[in-house]
Ligand binder design. Structure first.
Ligand code: BGC
Length: 747
């Protein structure tokens, strides 16, 4: 960790630090066994270990529903499957592998367990709004426990791509725009999935994806070209990957894009040099869905033979759905184009994880219907999902304290198809594994459970799915609003509108939901907008006209209950945005840790000859780190332990935070720095630490951060990661745009 956070209050000292690492079985014995196996394996069997194909469903294009699976397993020509979830079938395939194949090497089963297996948590971006890595770790352990009880050994998560462009649908799968927050959450996810012992019942292999810079796709269009400098690659996109490698992540997935004009799957700089070299990654690298095959379309290879050579020699180990290694790697090895030792290395890395999972001891250990039945969706898991949904919710606006709504209110209109939907993954969000819409608590259900017996609830759909709002439905919604004391209006994206292959060129409310919003607004009733989304949306009209806005994201199985807990005040919202919400699409990409430029806009806001728009301000609608509470927090007395520190010193930053309201609350205190003069231009602000601080009404606490020169280091002009002496600013506050500041010098 770059920063150690301490919260100090009368007699209370809490030092938080990270403990990590996957299990260390008896390495020598394991290596010996793998070498024994390798010495007996044919070339075909070695390549077979690196071949992965899909099972029951597709998560990519051109899915060959291979009828030949059993024969492949018997012949030892397959090492793992993805997307098989039928326990009986898994058992049969495993039996074929360990009883009928020559080498008897067990199979691995993989699935995208991205935000829960059966108990679904808020989408990852929403989870990041909790700024609570410990709770996220706990959630991933729940996900791992459910998945491991259902035959799954390996998840394709965490997705740790930094994303600065909300047009890109996969923003929803990551932790937002910031490398520091993203890294802390990424490590927590890996600890949650993998624990300390991979052979335990409640752990599975993690896979950090997509390596690398996938989030930088031009125009926010999925799979598109990426063009960036090595400095930006290392400073912005790589830190979460490095953090998970340090945390012992078992596998890493290639991304689809090019980096320096070379597809990531064939990128020796990324894999051989950085991942396996500089970072000493001991796990294995898997392609994304046919990302090896796609190198032909990228125009860097003519055929599978070329691709196999490029991928292997650059450090890619396992082929998902590409049929490249199985079809072309053997001749490449025979021709000496790929060294057999490189092939052995890939197989060794992969089989090592099978050992760590305990599969060689008990290949059926994860296939246990009884355990599965007793594990899925148990109460404590649902409670964790509810807690994380609470912490993920971000209060964006609350004029005149419209929220919380009294439970005894006379009548309430709940409006919006999304408020009571069991279709299109509406509350679950994309990549929801085995999540079932029938298990979801909808907003309407949550409201019904919450209000008094005397409260009249009027529900109107207002729209059809995908935000299509015919006049007849709008009319019904208007009538419901007119008959109510307050309106809860649920608008936003359904679960298929963000995630993979869901780039959007317009990121307002989908369909004509804005028409519905305007019609309901015209009734003059007080409205609470419950925003459901997997990405930042541009909602300037809503911000100007609707008095209360709560971003509940796509909050998972317990989403509707969590929303009702917040709306009626049983939970005081504490979430903070992990990503900037632009005012309009024309500002994109817009992120808080930008450079200053040579012509920044001055305090007068005049855009003339400035880096500005003539028709729109530079400021976002809601900045990174922003989120309100039902109480208020006041920051004061920002004090540094010294105005000068040396390279080996620790700077202590103290700030007083007071809950000035009448309710208990939790404030996410954020620390940023700015390096005023660097050998290369430095961002205006960079997050370096954060802490969730619970404060009772009227209570104050001194929050303490410890900053070392490591936290001030960056990729300098000589492409060295180093801290440079000079003047810095330090900022502390409850949002990137609302901070106290002080200065210090690094000598
Ligand atoms: C996605 C990956 C995913 C894989 C397997 C691909 O299309 O890009 O994130 O893990 O499919 O489902």
């Amino acid at each position: 960790m770059l920063i150690q956070r301490t919260v100090v209050s009368a007699g209370f000292l809490l030092i938080l630090s990270a403990g990590l690492c996957i299990a260390k079985p008896i390495e020598n014995e394991m290596n010996q066994k793998i070498d024994d196996l390798l010495s007996q394996m044919t070339l075909e069997e070695k390549v077979g270990q690196l071949h992965q194909i899909g099972g029951s469903f597709a998560t990519g294009p051109d899915f060959k529903n291979d009828a030949n699976r059993e024969a492949l397993v018997r012949n030892g020509w397959i090492g793992s499957f993805l997307n098989i979830v039928d326990l009986g079938y898994m058992r049969e395939l495993q039996r074929l592998a360990v009883e009928e194949s020559r080498m008897k090497i067990p199979l691995m089963f993989a699935l995208d367990v991205v935000h829960g297996y059966k108990t679904i948590f808020p989408v990852p971006l929403a989870q990041a709004a909790s700024w609570d890595p410990d709770l996220i770790e706990k959630a991933e352990r729940v996900a791992a426990t459910e998945a491991a009880a259902s035959g799954i050994h390996w998840t394709f998560a965490p997705m740790v791509d930094i994303a600065r462009d909300p047009r890109w649908g996969r923003v929803m799968e990551g932790s937002g725009e910031d490398p520091c927050l993203g890294s802390r959450i990424a490590e927590a996810r890996v600890r949650g999935f993998q624990g300390e012992d991979l052979s335990a019942e409640n752990t599975i292999l993690a896979c950090a994806k997509h390596f690398a810079a996938y989030g930088a796709a031009e125009g926010g269009r999925d799979y598109n070209t990426v063009d960036l400098s090595e400095l930006v690659l290392r400073e912005v996109y790589l830190p979460p990957f490095q953090a998970v490698v340090d945390a012992g992540v078992a596998s890493v997935m290639n991304s689809f894009n090019v980096v320096f004009r070379m597809p990531a799957s064939a990128n020796a700089l990324l894999m051989n040099q950085i991942l396996k070299g500089e970072w000493n990654f001991q796990g294995f690298v898997i392609s994304d869905w046919n990302s090896y095959g796609e190198m032909i379309a990228h125009g860097v290879a003519a055929d599978k033979y070329d691709v196999a050579c490029l991928a292997m020699n650059a450090g890619s180990d396992v082929d998902m759905q590409g049929y490249v290694y199985i079809d072309a790697l053997i001749p490449a090895v025979k021709d000496g184009k790929v060294a057999e030792e490189r092939l052995n290395d890939a197989v060794r890395r992969f089989m090592k994880m099978k050992f760590k999972l305990g599969l060689f001891d008990d290949p059926y250990g994860y296939i246990n219907p009884e355990r599965m039945k007793n594990t899925l969706m148990i109460k404590p898991f649902q409670e964790t999902a509810l807690k994380l949904a609470h912490e993920s919710i971000v209060l964006l606006k609350n004029e005149n304290h419209l929220l919380p709504v009294q439970k005894k209110i006379g009548s309430i209109a709940v409006i919006g198809q999304l408020a009571d939907s069991r279709e299109f993954r509406d509350m679950l969000g994309n990549w929801c594994a085995m999540g079932d819409m029938n298990d979801v608590v909808t907003i309407l259900q949550g409201v019904k459970k919450k209000v008094s017996r005397h409260t009249k609830i009027l529900y109107a759909k207002g729209c059809e799915a995908f935000g299509q709002c015919p006049d007849s439905l709008i009319q019904e919604a208007v009538i419901a609003a007119e008959e109510s004391d307050v309106v809860l209006l649920a608008l936003g994206e359904n679960g298929f509108m963000s995630g993979e292959a869901t780039s959007r060129a317009y990121i307002g409310l989908p369909g004509d939901q804005i028409k519905l919003a305007k019609a309901v607004h015209a009734t003059g009733k007080p409205i609470v907008l419950l925003l459901m989304t997997g990405r930042p949306l541009t909602i300037p009209w809503c911000h100007e006209n609707i008095p209360a806005i709560v971003n509940i994201w796509q909050a998972g199985t317990m989403g509707g209950q969590a929303a009702a807990d917040v709306v009626f005040g049983d939970v005081n919202p504490s979430g903070k945005l992990p990503v900037t919400f632009p005012l309009t699409i024309g500002q994109v990409p817009l992120y808080y840790n930008a450079l200053n430029t040579g012509r920044p806009v001055g305090p007068d806001g005049n855009p003339h000859f400035r880096s500005a728009y003539i028709d729109c301000p530079n400021d976002p609608l809601y900045p990174f780190g922003f989120g309100l509470s039902y109480t208020a927090f006041e920051y004061s007395d920002l004090i540094l332990s010294s105005v000068k520190i040396g390279m080996n010193d620790v700077l202590t930053v103290r700030v007083n935070v007071r809950n000035t309201g009448k309710r208990d609350g939790i404030e996410v205190v954020q620390l940023y720095i700015r390096d005023l003069v660097g050998s290369v231009s430095r961002p205006l602000k960079e997050l370096k630490g954060f802490e969730r601080v619970p404060l009772k009404a009227g209570e104050s606490r001194q929050v303490e951060f410890h900053l070392t020169s490591d936290a001030l280091a960056f990729w300098s002009r000589s492409m060295t990661f180093e801290a440079e002496p000079g003047d810095f600013k330090v900022f502390v506050g409850g949002s990137s745009a609302d901070v106290l500041e002080e200065n210090f010098t690094l000598e």
